[in-house]
Each structure stands twice: as C-alpha cells, then as structure tokens.
Design a protein around this ligand. Structure first.
Ligand code: SF4
Ligand code: SF4
Length: 187
C-alpha cells in the first residue's frame, strides 16, 4: 500500500492530463500485481511497478520523479503485456523520466540519466545514434571516464564504432519530433 496523496490539486490535475494525452489509463489499475510479479528487474526497484501505477493515479508526481525505479526500468514491456487492463506502464516510466529531466530533478540513478540524455541528444542532433559522440557525452556527464575502456578500444580496433557522425538525410524530420515532444511536456 502507498501513502495518501500530497500533491496540490492543480499540479496533480496537470500531471494526470499529461498521462491522458498519452492514453495511459492509470485509473484502470485494480492492483492485481501481475506487472510487479513479471518484472525482471523488480528486485532493484525502490518502488514496485504496481506502486508506480498507483502513485501515478494519485497524481504523486514529485515522489515518482525522485524514485530509482523510473531510471532502472529496462523498458522491456513485460509488465504491459501482463496487465489485464492494457496499461502502458513502460510508456509511463518513459514520461516520468522525461519529466524528471525537464524539471531538472537530480536523478536517483545519475549514470542511467546521463546515458538517457546522451542517447537522446545524439538522436536529436544526427537523426540516429552517433556512438562516439554519445559515449563522450556520457563519460563527461557521468564522470565515469575509464569504465569499459578496454572494451571500447577493442570495438574501435574492429571498426564497430564510427569515428565520425553519419547523419540521416531527413534530420529535420527527427528534430521536429523532438520539438513536438518538448511542446507536449511544456503544456
Ligand atoms: S498488472 Fe495492470 S492492473 Fe495489475 S497492478 Fe499492474 S498495472 Fe495494475
Ligand atoms: S518495462 Fe520496466 S517496469 Fe515493466 S517489466 Fe520491464 S523493466 Fe519492469
């Protein structure tokens, strides 16, 4: 069970509206626990999957945005496929991660957040991931300068990492998607 909601009504309404816009019906949850039971990384979470859904239904945005769970979710979709009400829980986690970034909340799992931002920045800029740029950004923001260095060098030696970016032809189309998402979250 989770505590009573503490969010002010207006902010709670805005948060629930964002979920509605993405067709994530957290109110449909009847706490059967199938999502939590099937999650392969549940043991690392500070909030169970079903608690995330219940807190979202209460509009407890701040509590969710500070949790480790939203960063540790592997987006495998097992929970959504097991949910009898078809609640798109991986999508909910994604919204929560994005809201945490946009609100400048210090992530409970900073290295995961650094990777998340480096990945999205790379796709937003080049239309696809430019691995070397993404790794450099991740290293700078996470402070993990030497982790996986031998593996990275082996990949470079085998030509598995591109040294220069290879942007897609329709880069502007991807930029528009990113801009649209930004407007959606600011509303
Ligand atoms: S499986 Fe669906 S209905 Fe059951 S607890 Fe999880 S989100 Fe709620
Ligand atoms: S999508 Fe996330 S919360 Fe759902 S089962 Fe996979 S790891 Fe767990």
């Amino acid at each position: 069970m989770v505590d009573k909601p503490i969010c002010p009504t207006a902010s709670r309404g805005k948060f629930l509206q964002k979920l509605q816009q993405r067709e994530i019906d957290v109110q449909a949850c009847f706490q059967c626990g199938r999502c939590s039971a099937g999650c392969p990384v549940a043991e690392y979470f500070d909030l169970s999957v079903m608690a995330v859904v219940r807190l979202a239904a209460y509009g407890e945005e701040e509590r969710l945005l500070h949790s480790r769970t939203i960063w540790l979710c592997a987006a495998c979709e097992t929970c959504a496929s097991r949910c009898p009400n078809g609640i798109e829980i991986a999508g909910l986690m994604d919204i929560l991660r994005e809201l945490a970034c946009r609100k400048g909340i210090t992530a409970a799992e900073p290295r995961v957040a650094a990777f998340h931002q480096a990945f999205l920045a790379s796709v937003g800029r080049w239309g696809r991931v430019y691995e070397m740029g993404m790794i450099a950004s991740y290293k700078l923001h996470s402070g993990d300068l030497t982790g996986d260095l031998p593996l990275g060098l082996r990949m470079v030696a085998r030509g598995r990492l591109r040294m220069l970016p290879e942007p897609i032809a329709e880069r502007s189309a991807v930029a528009e998607i990113f801009a649209g998402k930004g407007r959606e979250y600011e509303r």
